[in-house]
Design a protein around this ligand. Structure first.
Ligand code: FAD
Ligand code: NDP
Length: 426
């Protein structure tokens, strides 16, 4: 038994939702497109899981944030897919793919064939078991990648109102979840191996601002170390986190955000891989011309920097999806993907955006005290990256322009004094 489609999108996350929208914009015939997802719900805006969904009151819940509400367009509920003749195969785990035969095999034993495949399998969370931490299977340890994880996190938080939460990891999940837990009146301790939070993007000065900001809201930081074990009770609930130096931190719940790995295993030995992701060209086409890949799972050429990168952020998921669809529909007309890296985050009342590349010398401007500051990264005399906390729409648009155009800067002192008012183009 099997079904056949002209186009199959494997994965039902952000990139899949935006790819479906792009196909609909161009016009597809009924029954041509199928989206296969192991999740039980239609594609949604994943960023909501660590933000709106964790609010103590009026929390966001599905179906409110199905794609593509993130860019202010249609909310694609299952009904939307039906109306556009798109087959949405939810709760369907694909366990094998043969790119030569152009077939996918589901866990239930169904074979699905395609003419063109778009891989949008995203990534999986790294689990503490993979670091050899014992007792990591306890009931009150939460990870956060999908809607089920989010529901569990909300439930566990509700069960230990006013209690102690330990957050493992000082990256995006750690910072956003720590803030959400505080908002839910939990006492939060963060533990991570680096000397400061968000180590891959922030300099120590920028991180110091956010750490102080969190400390003022009650968050404790334990930095430069890792946890080695959990202490659990008879009900298999964690009661304490044990650090490398044997220090014991009491915990009613634990949230873990120690990074992700792209879901590439189905394609190992079949498609070219690079930097842990599926290698694509500027058309999002893999080493097999009938297979495209988008979102977190791809290693793609960044034209602006002349290298290959993997980016784990929603803007790239959305834009790479649109790029693949356009390349499939009009291969002759589409230009190579020319992506400007863009990251953002929000926690408590803070909100920042970053565009470009964080290499070279970092120059801070503005006032950390007034929560209105930013930074430029200057590499070989040119602005290559720009960061701003508390900016408005126009200011963020200027950051993007600067990071894209990379104007030269001679007077770095003046730049630090003037910030965005600096005459970049004269
Ligand atoms: P995903 O959205 O992860 O979708 C992958 C899909 O593939 C999933 O539905 C998965 O179940 C499915 N799948 C995988 N393997 C199989 C299989 N074998 N069979 C069937 N289905 C399969 N980025 C930002 O820029 N800003 C943010 O504020 C932000 N917040 C985030 C908050 C959270 C909690 C998380 C987890 C991520 C956040 N991100 C954010 C990152 C952003 O969500 C991702 O970059 C984006 O979701 C990537 O889209 P994707 O479609 O490539 O992968
Ligand atoms: P990140 O890669 O952002 O951060 C993981 C952090 O955990 C790193 O600081 C990492 O350190 C640290 N770490 C690694 N191993 C350990 C360990 N054993 N103990 C403690 N800390 C450890 O991943 P997240 O898990 O925070 O986020 C998962 C994904 O979700 C990412 O793709 C992220 O981009 C995305 N996301 C994005 C958001 C946004 O853009 N606003 C919001 C939420 C999620 P090291 O660097 O040394 O490895």
């Amino acid at each position: 038994m099997g079904r056949a489609f002209k186009i199959v999108i494997l994965g039902g996350g952000v990139a899949a939702g935006y790819a479906a929208l792009e196909f609909v914009k161009h016009g597809i015939s009924y029954g041509e497109l199928c989206i296969i997802s192991e999740e039980a719900v239609a594609p949604y805006e994943r960023p909501a899981l660590s933000k709106g969904c964790l609010l103590p009151e009026d929390a966001a819940t599905l179906p409110a944030f199905h794609t593509c509400v993130g860019i202010g367009v249609e909310r694609q509920t299952p009904k939307w897919y039906k109306e556009h003749g798109i087959e949405l195969a939810l709760g369907t785990h694909i366990k094998a793919v043969d790119v030569k035969l152009k077939t996918l095999l589901s866990a239930a034993g169904e074979t699905i064939t395609y003419k063109t495949l778009i891989i949008a399998t995203g990534a999986r969370v790294l689990r503490l078991e993979e670091f050899g931490v014992s007792g990591a299977d306890a009931k009150n340890i939460c990870y956060l990648r999908d809607w089920n994880d989010c529901k569990k996190l909300v439930e566990v938080t509700e069960q230990c109102q006013g209690g102690m939460a330990v957050v493992i990891g000082g990256g995006y999940i750690g910072m956003e979840c720590a803030a959400a837990l505080v908002t839910n009146r939990m006492k939060v301790t963060m533990v991570f191996p680096e000397q400061h939070c968000m180590a891959r993007l922030f300099t120590s000065e920028i991180a110091a601002f956010y750490e102080d900001y969190y400390k003022k809201r009650g968050v404790k930081f334990i930095k430069g170390t890792v946890m080695t074990a959990f202490e659990s009770d008879a009900e298999k609930k964690v009661r304490a986190v044990i650090l490398k130096d044997k220090k014991r931190i009491e915990a009613d719940m634990v949230v873990v955000g120690v990074g992700i790995r792209p879901n590439v295993s189905l394609f190992e030995g079949q498609l070219a891989l690079e930097k842990g992701g599926i290698k694509v060209n500027g058309k999002m086409q893999t080493s097999n011309p009938s297979v495209y890949a988008v979102g977190d799972v791809v290693a793609f050429p960044v034209k602006l920097y002349g290298d290959v990168r993997r980016l784990e952020h929603v803007d790239h998921a959305r834009k790479s999806a649109a790029q693949a669809v356009n390349a499939i529909i009009s291969p002759e007309e589409v230009q190579d993907y020319d992506y400007l890296p863009f990251f953002y985050s929000r926690a408590f009342t803070s909100s920042w955006q970053f565009y470009g590349d964080n290499v070279g010398k970092c120059v801070l401007f503005g006032s950390l005290k007034d929560q209105k500051f930013g930074a430029f990264w200057i590499d070989r005399g040119h602005v290559v990256g720009a960061f701003l906390e508390g900016g408005n729409k126009d200011e963020y648009a200027s950051l993007a322009t600067l990071a894209r155009l990379q104007p030269p800067v001679k007077d770095i002192e003046m730049l630090a004094k003037q910030g965005l008012a600096f005459p970049f183009f004269h």
